[in-house]
Structures are given as structure tokens and as C-alpha cells.
Design a protein around this ligand. Structure first.
Ligand code: 3H9
Length: 702
């Protein structure tokens, strides 16, 4: 839909209603329409004042992001010019804001002389999350309106703020609890009648003087954001443009904002972050489970097992306002699990991020029990017991007996066959995997694992539940490790081989960290614990193909009783009470010894070999997963890696990154590595095909 901005007359006030569902996005057509309607209202002598509002669910969600992949068409109406016209208007212009005012939408409001907002409205400048900056005066008007420090928080933070916060900060003048449009019309008319000078954000001076008095402000802000903004260009560009409000006259600073906006819009980082935005919405769409598939109401949930995962899952459910019963097999385990839950909540309270009352309310929603029969109230049960197939099957057979006939039975397994688990019940169509990531109360990703017989209703219900829990549910198929961990294995394997060939853990970790992941594979292993995967490897040992290269280093480390941070040593050693990894000569000696035993000649591994050697195989595994139909789209894999493993958002996830690198390059490198290092590195047929056709993963399935 092209969108329109019809003018509705209310006596001498013109109401301009932005109309472009679903979010009244400011496409080029909408900007032209806004310009035309504003001009018409200004030229009409019978109009004394103007109100700008939005139709439907919201005021305006900002510029149409889909148009950002190309430069503006020739002759396009540019938003900054339209907003200058609004601000310069001699007739009062009032913004009547409801629902959402984001990005360019917020900038429209900033150009108005008065901003009124309905309760429940969320407002802000989230451009930074798309790898750009507010490009229609936002970096100039916001600091003049609310002060530089607050504006930096709003612009670099990129969050949408509740209306009361916006009033407190000063970018909304008033919350209107009654009829918003009628109030805005009356206010506009009154302003016109008063004839008092209009408040134009670009002309406000007081905050400029305050900021000039503390020039160190910007450097301090940059330092404060350094950790959060690591690797991202846009936050720094935002600070730079806000700073220009102090050093350049307004029109010059606005021009500068435009130049930087365009540079960012054309950047790979912004393309990646826009890809992330759309992928996060696409991941909810499942072709054979249409949007109108009926879902089961979930009024109560249960979790079986109150260990690290079970406890975290129970917290997520309670946090979302649902009652949850937690079942354990012994009083001791139950008490221990509940104590950890309590401790986790208390830590959040002590950091000031949760009130004591909220903590109490959340805890009150969690009911611990030892009695299977108490699960009878639950509409969904999530099993999080030890990762052993016989145990899981036994638990599911029990659940099948005690749970409501229509209850959904979900397993949090990260490796086991969901079909086999489902087969131990009389309701395989109501069995599904819900693979939460640790810590489950923090991490946003859930891989929802579809079994052969899982019904559309079960899938739709669990995808909806993920959303209710504030998570991103990605639908995947059954295979070893599902999508995320299967790709992780491929990466970790090559990292281990690099150690055998000459690298050391800290070198590999640094290269991966510098690439943008939160930590490298060895720090991550020490954090999550080495023993669980060791147990899995031992179970798999009898069936491991002998011709495939296998690195024994991790097993040797476990044999030394070093399970990572929890035992004070793993790939690194740790000082008492510290989480800082210290390279350990014991491990270096072990690595060198293993190289000797395996007769692998050690060599100097160059830093720039590490990323392609570790991450191209990860992408290659993603290609196999796509080809096997275990993920619906490459962008779903990207979502899994961004939210489950911290793959840098400014690279858009591994598959998008590979497209940027070029699949020809990825394929050629994989082919060479395959020749040099054998079977594990064989290029996936899909990678080969797309590379030869000059395509990317983005083209898969199209
Ligand atoms: C900007 O404004 C730059 C300016 O500074 C300078 C210009 C010169 N464009 O999220 P939902 C789609 S940059 C295009 O599920 P909700 C979305 O993909 C922009 N499409 O709804 C989805 O499509 P589908 C700054 C957009 O109610 C559908 O609309 N603005 C846009 O949960 C519904 O979206 C932002 O960064 C868009 N701007 O949340 C805000 N927005 O149905 C981005 C949404 O096909 N948007 N779509 O999957 C949001 O944060 C949320 O959409 C919003 C509504 C809070 C507005």
C-alpha cells in the first residue's frame, strides 16, 4: 500500500492522519504525501492550526526500512526538508501520538511545536539498532529539547520509552488520558488563538550552554558505552552527530547528520542489522502452519526437573505471569533448585532491576512439588531432566499418564531424538522439543523442535508460548544438536584441530572475540562446563567412524578433573573467586604432547587463518541443515546464532555474513581446506551449487 495522509477538517484545525498500515511507515510516497498535506494546510487561509496523528494502531513506526537498500529515487521528497517546513510553520502544529512513535515517526513529532501522547504509547529513536542514526533531525532536535546526556541515552540506547518516561525526559509535553485527538485539536486551536511564540526544538538554546560547560561529556559517554557498542559503527556515529550540535550551526549540523546517515545506510553493518530486524519477524512464519492455525490456551505450565535448565525455564514462565509447577524427584533436589531460583531473583533485586514485590509475585507463581499428580493442571509441561534417553522416555511415559489428555509435552533436550521421546507417549502429535539456551531466564532463543508427528496446533501453540515468554522461537527439525549446536560442533572441531596444528586456546579465542562473538570457544567451554559434552562424546565413542579425525585434547582435560570455571580450571585456570581466564602452561604442554602423539607437525598459525578455518565450516554445516530441510530459511539460522550464541548483529548472523563474504570465496576456501585437512571440511552440495550459480543463501528456496 502506497499510503496517504488525508486532511480532516475540524473547523479551523486541519487534522493530518498518516495512513499506511501496518505501522504508517514513512515510505518515499508517504513523505511526499506528508509534504503535500502540510503544504496544503499551510496555504489554506481558513486553517489556523494543524494536528498530525496516525491512523490505526499507531502514530508512526518510522521510515520504511525496506526502502533502505537503495538510494532515494531521483527527485524524492526528503524527510528533513518536510520536517523543517513543519517546524517553521507559523501555524501551530501539534502531534497527537498513540501506540508507537519510532524513528522517523518520532522525528515528525519532534518537529511539531507540541507533543501530546496517549497512555500506553511507546516512543523513541531506535535507528541505532538498524545500524543507522536518526536522519531527519533527531540528533539535533532531541538534545536541544531534553539535554545532551539524556539525548545520548535515548539515541544510542535505541529503546522505545513508555509515555511517562518520555514526559519526564521532556520529549513529550503531556500525557492525555482522555480523547487524544479532540484534546490535540483544542490545544492547537488555543495556541493559534493565543498567538504566543511557538516552541521550535531546533531553536532551543539552554541545553547547548549546559553541555558546553562540560566538554568531557562525550568522551565519558563513549567510554561508558564501549563494552556494549564493541564492533558497532552506528553508536559512535550517533555520538559524533549529537556532538556536532555543539560545534556547528544547526543547518550545518543537520547536513552533517544527513551525510553520516547515508554513509551508514549504505554500510554492510546496517544491511546486516536490517536483515536481523526482518529475520526476527520472518522466523515466526511457518508455511505449513498458517497464522490462523488454532492454538491451545496455556493458562498453567509445569517443568520437570529443577536443575540449571529447569529452574531457568520455570523463572521464564513465572516472569511472563503464568503459574508454573516444578516437579523434582527428591526434596533435596527441589529445595536446592528453588534456592537457586530465589538467589537469582534476589541478585536482580539487589541490582535494582526488579522490585521486592515483583520478586515475591514471581516466586509465588512457582509451585514446587514431588507429586506427579500435581502436573494434572498444566496445559504444557516442559521436561528438563538429565540428558539420557532411557530417563527421558520413562519421564514421558509417566507424563502421558498423569497430564491432561490435551496437554502439550515438551522436552528441553539439546541432543536427543525428539521422535524417539514422542514414541514413548500415546500422543506424539502433542510432543515437541523446546530447546532453551542457558541461562534460560536470560537467553532469548528457543529452538522449537518439530518431530515427525508434531501437529500444526502443537507447533502454533509453542511458537506463541515462546513469544509470551518474551523469547524468539525458531522452528527446527530433528537432528543431532539441532541447528545451533550442530553448527557449533563443526566450528569447535576445527578450533581443536588448529590447536593440534600449532595454535593455543588464547590465540583462537582472541581471533573469534575480535571477529565479534562475545567469547571464543575455549572461554565458552570453560563457562558452560566441559563435563556434559564429555559424557556425550564417551557415549558416542563406540560408533565414531574411525576414518574421521578426532581431537582428544578436550577429553584429556576432563580426565584431569578440569571441568571449567566450576572446578577452577579447564582450558584456562582461574584464581579463586575470579572468572578471568589465565592461560595455563599445563594445558599448553598437554596440547604440544597431543600434537606429538598424533604426529601433527606444529607450525605458526596466523591469526587471520582462524576465522575462516572455524567459521566457514560452521556456515558449511548451516548449508547442509538448510538442504536437509531442518531449518526453514537461512535467516532462521542467523536468528538462532545471533540470539543463542551472540553472533554479532552487525554481521547479521553466519549465513548473511557468508553471503557478504561471497559464497564463491567461502566455497573455494572450503575446497582448499578439504584438500588439506580431509573429510570434515568437504563443501556442502548446497554451498557448491549456490557458489557456482553466483547466488547467496538469501536466494535459497526462492
Ligand atoms: C528511520 O525512521 C530513519 C529516520 O531516522 C530517517 C529517515 C530519513 N519499515 O514489529 P511488528 C513491518 S528508520 C518497514 O511485528 P509490532 C514488520 O516487518 C526506522 N516495515 O509490529 C512487520 O512486517 P510483517 C526506525 C516495518 O506492533 C510489520 O511491519 N523505526 C517497519 O510488534 C509489523 O511489525 C524502527 O526502527 C518499518 N519501519 O511493533 C521501528 N516497522 O508483518 C521498527 C515494522 O510482514 N519497527 N515493519 O512481518 C518496530 O520496532 C516495530 O515494528 C513497532 C511495531 C514497534 C513499530
Amino acid at each position: 500500500m502506497a499510503g496517504s495522509i488525508p486532511i480532516e477538517r475540524h473547523g479551523d484545525v486541519a487534522l493530518l492522519r498518516m495512513t499506511n498500515p501496518p505501522v504508517n511507515g514513512l515510505s518515499f510516497a508517504m513523505r511526499a504525501a506528508l509534504d503535500a498535506s502540510v503544504t496544503e494546510a499551510l496555504d489554506d487561509d481558513s486553517v489556523a492550526a494543524i494536528v498530525i496523528a496516525g491512523a490505526g494502531r499507531m502514530f508512526c513506526g518510522g521510515a520504511d526500512i525496506r526502502e533502505f537498500s537503495a538510494p532515494p529515487p531521483p527527485g524524492a521528497t526528503l524527510l528533513p526538508a518536510v520536517l523543517d517546513k513543519i517546524e517553521a510553520s507559523p501555524k501551530p502544529v501539534v502531534a497527537a501520538i498513540h501506540g508507537v512513535a519510532a524513528g522517523g515517526g518520532m522525528e515528525v513529532a519532534l518537529a511539531c511545536h507540541v507533543r501530546l501522547a496517549a497512555p500506553g504509547t511507546k516512543l523513541g529513536l531506535p535507528e541505532v539498532t538498524l545500524g543507522i542514526l536518526p536522519g531527519a533531525g533527531g540528533t539535533q532536535r532531541m538534545p536541544r529539547l531534553i539535554g545532551f546526556e539524556a539525548a545520548l541515552d535515548v539515541i544510542v540506547g535505541g529503546k522505545l520509552h513508555p509515555v511517562d518516561k518520555a514526559v519526564e525526559l521532556g520529549f513529550v509535553d503531556e500525557r492525555v488520558d482522555g480523547d487524544l485527538e479532540a484534546t490535540a485539536i483544542a490545544r492547537a486551536r488555543q495556541l493559534a488563538a493565543d498567538g504566543a511564540p511557538l516552541r521550535r526544538a531546533s531553536q532551543l538554546e539552554e541545553h547547548l550552554d549546559a553541555a558546553r560547560a562540560q566538554p568531557e561529556l562525550f568522551e565519558r559517554f563513549r567510554k561508558g558505552m564501549a563494552k556494549r557498542a564493541r564492533g558497532f559503527d552506528a553508536p559512535y556515529a550517533c555520538v559524533e552527530c549529537v556532538e556536532k550540535a555543539l560545534t556547528l550551526p544547526y543547518p550545518e549540523a543537520l547536513k552533517h547528520e544527513r551525510v553520516v546517515f547515508n554513509r551508514l545506510r549504505e554500510s554492510d553493518q546496517s544491511a546486516a542489522q536490517r536483515h536481523a530486524f526482518f529475520s526476527e519477524r520472518e522466523v515466526a512464519k511457518i508455511p505449513d502452519v498458517p497464522k490462523d492455525t488454532p492454538t491451545r490456551p496455556i493458562a498453567a505450565a509445569a517443568v520437570v526437573g529443577c536443575g540449571t535448565m529447569g529452574g531457568g525455564i520455570a523463572m521464564s514462565i513465572a516472569n511472563a505471569g503464568l503459574p508454573v509447577t516444578v516437579l523434582e524427584s527428591s526434596q533435596e533436589a527441589l529445595d536446592r533448585g528453588m534456592a537457586i531460583i530465589r538467589k537469582n531473583y534476589a541478585a536482580t533485586v539487589s541490582k535494582g532491576r526488579l522490585s521486592q514485590a515483583d520478586m515475591d509475585a514471581r516466586l509465588a507463581r512457582i509451585t514446587p512439588t514431588l507429586n506427579d499428580a500435581d502436573l494434572g493442571v498444566a496445559d504444557v509441561v516442559i521436561e528438563a531432566v538429565f540428558e539420557e534417553m532411557p530417563l527421558k522416555k520413562e519421564v514421558f511415559a509417566r507424563l502421558d499418564r498423569v497430564c491432561k489428555p490435551d496437554a502439550i509435552l515438551a522436552t528441553n533436550t539439546s541432543t536427543l531424538d525428539v521422535n524417539e521421546i514422542a514414541a514413548s507417549t500415546s500422543r506424539p502429535e502433542q510432543v515437541i522439543g523446546t530447546h532453551f539456551f542457558s541461562p534460560a531466564n536470560v537467553m532469548r532463543l528457543v529452538e522449537n523442535v518439530r518431530g515427525e508427528r508434531t501437529s500444526a496446533q502443537t507447533i502454533a501453540t509453542v511458537m506463541k508460548l515462546s513469544k509470551t515468554l518474551g523469547k524468539i522461537g525458531a522452528l527446527v527439525g530433528v537432528c543431532d544438536g539441532f541447528v545451533g549446536n550442530r553448527m557449533l560442533y563443526a566450528y569447535r572441531r576445527q578450533a581443536d584441530f588448529l590447536l593440534e596444528e600449532g595454535a593455543l586456546p588464547a590465540q583462537v579465542d582472541k581471533a573469534i572475540y575480535d571477529f565479534g562473538l562475545p567469547m571464543g570457544p575455549y572461554q565458552m567451554a570453560d563457562l558452560t562446563g566441559l563435563d556434559v559434552s564429555w559424557r556425550v562424546r564417551k557415549a558416542q565413542a563406540p560408533t565414531r567412524p574411525a576414518h574421521l579425525r578426532y581431537s582428544p585434547i578436550a577429553d584429556r582435560i576432563c580426565e584431569m578433573g578440569r571441568y571449567g570455571q566450576k572446578t577452577g580450571a579447564g582450558w584456562y585456570r582461574y584464581e579463586e573467586g575470579s572468572r578471568v581466564p589465565i592461560p595455563d602452561p599445563t594445558i599448553h604442554d598437554l596440547i604440544v604432547r597431543v600434537s606429538e602423539e598424533l604426529a601433527v607437525a606444529r607450525r605458526a598459525v596466523a591469526d587471520d587463518e582462524i576465522v575462516p578455518r572455524c567459521l566457514y565450516p560452521l556456515v558449511n554445516e548451516g548449508a547442509k541443515i538448510l538442504d536437509e530441510g531442518l531449518a526453514l530459511r537461512a535467516s532462521d539460522i542467523d536468528v538462532i546464532w545471533m540470539h543463542g550464541y551472540g553472533f554479532p548483529r552487525y554481521r547479521g548472523g553466519p549465513m548473511f555474513w557468508a553471503d557478504l563474504v561471497g559464497l564463491r570465496t567461502v566455497y573455494d576456501t572450503m575446497s582448499r581446506l578439504h584438500d588439506e585437512h580431509g573429510e570434515w571440511l568437504k563443501p556442502a552440495p548446497l554451498l557448491k551449487r549456490l557458489a557456482e550459480e553466483g547466488k547467496g543463501f538469501r536466494d535459497f528456496g526462492k
